[in-house]
Write a protein that binds this ligand. Structure first.
Ligand SMILES: [Zn+2]
Ligand SMILES: [Zn+2]
Length: 126
């Protein structure tokens, strides 16, 4: 979802010219996992509520150890692509909605929520 946020320009960290600075590369995790994580994003597992969430440990924010560009792995991009097609009314697999893989349905559920949140007014982080 970091990739979705980045593609919508909603991340606090932009991997652009700034990533040429070695200190910045270190902090944002351009080359390897940053320790501690360079920035946090809204927790999409609990939608920022935090309570009882094992992923963000109650913080409502998830630490991201890699820079946004490094989060755009092939499988993430494929998931985003499949989701965008679905926005246009197409499904990646044969058959109907019920024939799609659980993984794709998970991706859609998470991306729908994140997309709705990120396109709301006044949200300026991932
Ligand atoms: Zn970077
Ligand atoms: Zn959470």
């Amino acid at each position: 979802m970091v990739a979705l946020a980045a593609s919508l320009g909603r991340l606090p960290v932009k991997c652009g010219g700034a990533c040429k600075d070695p200190k910045v590369r270190e902090r944002w995790g351009c080359d390897h996992d940053a320790e501690p994580a360079g920035y946090t994003v809204h927790c999409w597992y609990c939608d920022g509520r935090g309570v009882g969430c094992e992923h963000c440990e109650g913080a409502g924010r998830l630490p991201v150890p890699r820079c946004p560009t490094r989060c755009r792995t092939p499988d993430v991009l494929l998931a985003l692509e499949a989701w965008r097609w679905r926005q246009d009314g197409f499904l990646p697999g044969a058959g109907t909605w019920l024939d799609q893989t659980d993984q794709f349905l998970d991706v859609c559920r998470i991306l729908d929520v994140e997309h709705a949140r990120l396109t709301e007014e006044g949200v300026d982080d991932g």
